[in-house]
Write a protein that binds this ligand. Sequence first.
Ligand code: ADP
Ligand code: MG
Length: 476
Amino acid sequence: MNKGNLLQELEIYRSFIQYSDILFSFHSINGDFSYVSPTSDPLLGYKPEELLDTSLFDYSHPSDRKKLKDICSSQSYERVKYRFCRKEGDYIWLETTLIPYCESNEPKGFSTISRNVTNQIATEAQLEENKEMYRLLVENFQDTVGIITKSGHWIYINDTAKKLFGVTRKEEVVGKSIFDFIFPASHGEVRRQLMQNGINGTFELTVSRHDGLKKYVQVKLIPTIYKERETFQILIRDLTEQKKAEEIMHRTEKLSVVGQLAAGIAHEIRNPLTAIKGFTQLLKKEDHNDYLEVMLNELERIEDIVSDLLILAKPQPSKLEEVDIGILLEDTVDLFRSEAILHNVEIKLDIDLGDSLIKGESNKLKQVFINLLKNAIEAMPNGGGITVSAIRTSNGEIMTKVKDEGMGIPEERIPNLGEPFYSTKEKGTGLGLMICNRIIKNHGGTISIESKINEGTTISVILPAFSPSKTPANIK
Ligand code: ADP
Ligand code: MG
């Protein structure tokens, strides 16, 4: 393109450009203005003649100057964004198209067409800032946030999701199906919700992780368009801890209701019982009837049961004594000798406690082992062996175990044991283990259950040992 033609075109531009917000300029090879359109005045604050023979590069922001110079000397048609210092001293962003021109293959200069893009850049910066802010918010949100396709495949997950699903990288989830991460029992519900566009609000399901952990979650699906596809935004709240707390509360509530109930009943029964027992004793004095002896024995048993029920109520004033667990276990096992023979059960004792004692109530502790031995015998309808052992642990505690070879307890039932009235027996009360738990807890100990179906059950009771030499009461 020669200079004549260019100037002719320039004239056309000039009349057009005069009234637009586009700046047109013409430069020598070193950047000096040789023509500036009148729009320089509103745009840059300079009248065109003020700019003539000054260099474009001197007005550019120092950080943009090198980039601008490089492009201008590259002699190629290019577009560049740079900051121009207005006469008032402030910078505006220009988007400039540079058009080089040569004469006989000699670079002679360049022309520019520029547009003010300050607002656009400010908006872009704002958008970038917002994007970063939203990214931080979403990634660190306390709930899992994700996007899934209509078929339930993960497109996006936030950082919190990694914790929920137990993965270290997002790639372990993205691209996979949501059904790979949830319990089969919850599949139907998720399918229904996907089909109904999640309009039913929130729903709950169980997440099953590869490490075997289960998580109870609340899910909300929100239909949304992502990259021009119909998708769902998915919000997942982890309710596992909340559920656990609720369960404990539920159980505690149930326990306290049973406790009150038991105390009430025991109280009501005690009075008539005392009267009946008194009169039976009187009758026995007058008439040596054998039946009266049996009746008295049975009445004493009822009295014992009633006092057991009272254990379930608020803590009783207790008579603490030094108890030799070894002797207590021997006595308890002796009580069961005849019953064991009847059920074809052999009970072995394996006690290695030295002179260890514990401080507690021997009657109540005896009740614990009576309940445990009773359960062990009942777990072996065809007979078998029971081992009752006791050792002193390295922590100075006393650990006793009642081990049977019975039917065992299914793993999922173990958490229910000790709940009032939880019994799998036709004539069971489901109070035995609950009473054990209560007594052992009151003695500062713990009970744990290990069981294998058809192999047997071991119930361990750990109690703090008592060392006479260390208690202040014994220092004379
Ligand atoms: P109950 O004996 O009246 O049923 P417990 O509280 O003593 O009530 O026991 C609750 C349940 O725990 C029993 O019904 C039984 O299913 C289970 N269980 C307890 N001990 C054993 C054991 N040694 N072997 C198998 N199951 C047991
Ligand atoms: Mg029982």
